[in-house]
Design a binder for this molecule. Structure first.
Ligand SMILES: Cc1cc2nc3c(=O)[nH]c(=O)nc-3n(C[C@H](O)[C@H](O)[C@H](O)COP(=O)(O)OP(=O)(O)OC[C@H]3O[C@@H](n4cnc5c(N)ncnc54)[C@H](O)[C@@H]3O)c2cc1C
Length: 296
């Protein structure tokens, strides 16, 4: 049923929105309504006046989420319009909806070093902070100073310093029930040429080792302490497994791929099979890095 009594907003409501159109896995059903606020005040206005029983889900660029075939009930928030970037002496303030590649390009133009090591991660700032996105040896939390957020319950603005957040591997420690609207990140001066050389190297390395351009959400499982998830998957003989249209990537076996006609149910079955076989072979229970949405 379509949500009723939605507040008047400056942004856009899109009813019965097909989430598979935006999701990196290219699977997932409809949400009842997708709301794209025009700016932070529009989001505050919406959250403070929305019907109390309206379920709210936050999505970023959808590059780390498996959305169920049944879709998501209630309202999905998409902050793609909150993408302002303001530079100060030793930090930058960036909107949650700015994508990492766009933000890093802008930093490069300003000769400012910040997140360039994460150039090939296709998420946006809100998702990267929430996931504590990273590569071996560097993660977002290392340059994070604070996060501005809005409470889903009543639209109140909040600020969390880095110390307030219980950050861990692939978890930014953002408390449940808040929407990240922007982040303050530490910067240092670095020449545009140096940053360019770094992101070019990263892009070339990624092209050789990852299925770039395929419908995937990157690493499916977290690396267990002292081990690599891809090695465990290989050891368990899962590197050529498939279920329906969902299959393990030939280039990187911790990446799952939609080969054209996969459903979310195919991905769930494939993930469960890999977990069971890895557990049986190695005694290690893999934890998912991707987040499931709309499954309960
Ligand atoms: C080819 C490829 C390579 C990748 N490589 C890496 C890698 O090297 N390292 C890595 O860490 N990840 C990697 N990823 C995974 C993914 O890009 C990151 O996890 C990214 O940070 C997710 O951001 P997103 O905006 O897409 O978030 P989404 O996938 O949309 O959401 C992820 C989570 O963040 C929450 N969230 C999103 N926005 C907000 C917000 N504004 N406020 C509160 N919560 C929010 C969502 O509710 C959800 O729980 C890769 C993905 C792909 C497709």
């Amino acid at each position: 049923m379509l949500p009723k009594n939605l507040p008047i907003v400056d942004g856009i409501y899109e009813f019965k929105f097909p989430l598979h159109n935006l999701a990196f896995f290219k699977v997932g059903g409809f949400c009842d309504v997708l709301f794209t606020p025009a700016d932070e005040n529009d989001l505050v206005n919406f959250l403070s006046r929305k019907p109390a029983d309206l379920p709210i889900t936050i999505l970023g660029n959808m590059s780390n989420v498996l959305i169920s075939d049944a879709g998501i009930r209630g309202c999905v928030l998409r902050l793609s319009q909150l993408r302002d970037i303001r530079f100060f002496d030793e930090y930058v303030e960036v909107g949650a909806g700015a994508t990492l590649p766009a933000f890093i390009n802008r930093c490069m133009q300003e000769s400012v070093s910040c997140l360039e090591k994460l150039f090939c991660i296709p998420g946006c700032i809100g998702g990267a902070v929430s996931m504590n996105a990273g590569i071996p040896g560097f993660e977002v939390s290392e340059v994070l100073l604070s996060v501005s957020a809005v409470s889903i319950a009543d639209g109140k603005k909040q600020i969390f310093s880095r110390e307030d957040l219980h950050v861990s591997y692939r978890n930014g420690g953002i408390p449940p029930g808040v929407v990240v609207t922007s982040a303050k990140l530490r910067t240092v001066a670095k020449s545009c040429d140096e940053i360019y050389a770094e992101i070019r190297d990263i892009s070339e390395r990624r092209k050789m080792t990852q299925p770039i351009g395929m419908p995937t959400c990157g690493s499916t499982f977290k690396n267990p302490p002292g081990r690599k998830a891809w090695q465990l998957i290989k050891e368990a003989g899962c590197d050529s497994l498939s279920v329906g249209g969902a299959r393990v990537s030939e280039k990187h076996c911790n990446f799952l791929i939609n080969s054209g006609n996969a459903t979310a149910a195919d991905f769930v079955e494939l993930i469960n099979k890999i977990k069971a076989r890895v557990l049986e072979k190695t005694g290690i229970l893999l934890q998912e890095e991707i987040r499931r949405m709309g499954f309960d």
